[in-house]
Design a protein around this ligand. Structure first.
Ligand code: MTE
Length: 314
């Protein structure tokens, strides 16, 4: 992945997030805090929505989590199927046809099923989840996703006792995805989680953001969001979810095995071979803030990795 350069910094002039918070303040913030999805902080909803006193230098979780403007979330993207420039997905992703769309859920399950994506959307009502997304390139965003726990879908297909991992696959359509006509990455894009990570209540399949259906550049019609891992684990435009016995291959660990491992938990203590992971720049801000262990979700997820050497299993 490319290193961020100053000219990549997007404009943050369209700040519709405060309007959004006024409209959604109860449903969004209160429900998310109640569910433990954003850590309760001393800041009020209004302060979080408009950028309160920023005490994140103290490294505390959940401080000054101002929502990233819709404009930035939808024009500053990584989606190599449409090119490597941050603006390429918003320029070219309209070419992907997201209907009709099926998602096969298969492998080590008692009830494999090919879902129509609209059936998924009807069957698993979306809730709002405000999560930080921390990219391995050392920038981050705060995104109000709409989605539902992956555990609900997996529970319905009944994993067998042999299911240990979950393998995800992005659609492969070079005729609609111009980046897939080249070989910047092996296609299709694939990702994986351990079953307990996949079943964790923070892990969601997202179908929208800011109260609207996902735009193509953000992974429509269905993408994964795993908030304590680097953004690249959050695979877009999923067509297959396969429960498997062995740890599945992942795109970035195949492309550059010396740089990207399977777990990819946000860990400021493990440098990327070419740059530090200690700090990050929130999109829309100039200064850099400390990166938090597990992207600030350590209270909820650290126990998944107890006993593991997180420098080795990076
Ligand atoms: N999924 C696919 N299929 N292709 C990609 O190139 N990029 C990943 C991830 N999911 C990627 C992908 C990376 S590197 C990041 S940081 C996030 O998507 C970015 O998500 P966003 O563009 O919605 O912010």
């Amino acid at each position: 992945m490319r290193i961020l350069r100053p000219r990549d910094i997007p404009s943050s002039e369209i700040t519709d997030e405060s309007l959004y918070w006024n409209r959604r303040e109860f449903i969004g913030a209160a429900a998310a805090v109640a569910a433990g999805l954003i850590p309760a902080s001393p800041l009020s909803r209004r302060e979080r929505g408009t950028g309160g006193e920023d005490t994140s230098e103290r490294g505390t979780v959940g401080q000054a989590d101002k929502l990233t403007p819709f404009e930035d979330i939808t024009t500053y993207n990584n989606y190599y199927e449409f090119g490597t420039d941050k603006a390429d997905p918003s320029r070219y992703a309209h070419a992907l046809k997201t209907r009709p769309w099926t998602v096969a859920v298969e492998g080590e399950v008692a009830k494999p099923k090919v879902f129509d994506v609209d059936e998924i959307i009807r069957r698993y009502p979306a809730e709002e989840r405000v999560y930080r997304l921390r990219c391995v390139e050392a920038w981050s965003m705060v995104i109000p996703w709409l989605g539902f726990p992956l555990s609900k879908l997996l529970g319905d297909v009944q994993p067998t006792s042999h299911a240990k991992y979950v393998a995800f696959t992005t659609v492969h359509r070079p005729e609609e995805m111009r980046g897939q006509r080249g070989n910047v990455l092996p296609w299709p894009y694939v990702e994986g989680l351990r079953l307990d990570e996949a079943m964790h209540p923070l892990t969601i399949l997202a179908t929208g953001l800011y109260g609207k259906p996902l735009l193509n550049q953000n992974g429509a019609p269905l993408r994964l969001v795993v908030p304590w891992k680097y953004g690249f684990k959050s695979i877009k435009s999923i067509v297959r979810i396969r429960l498997v016995r062995e740890q599945p291959p992942t795109t970035w660990s195949m492309a550059t095995p010396g740089e990207y491992g399977f777990y990819s938990n946000v860990n400021p203590n493990v440098d990327h071979p070419r740059w530090s992971q200690k700090r990050e720049r929130r999109i829309g801000e100039l200064r850099r803030r400390p990166t938090l262990m597990f992207n600030g979700y350590a209270d909820q997820v650290a126990s998944l990795y107890s006993g593991m050497d997180l420098a080795r299993y990076y």
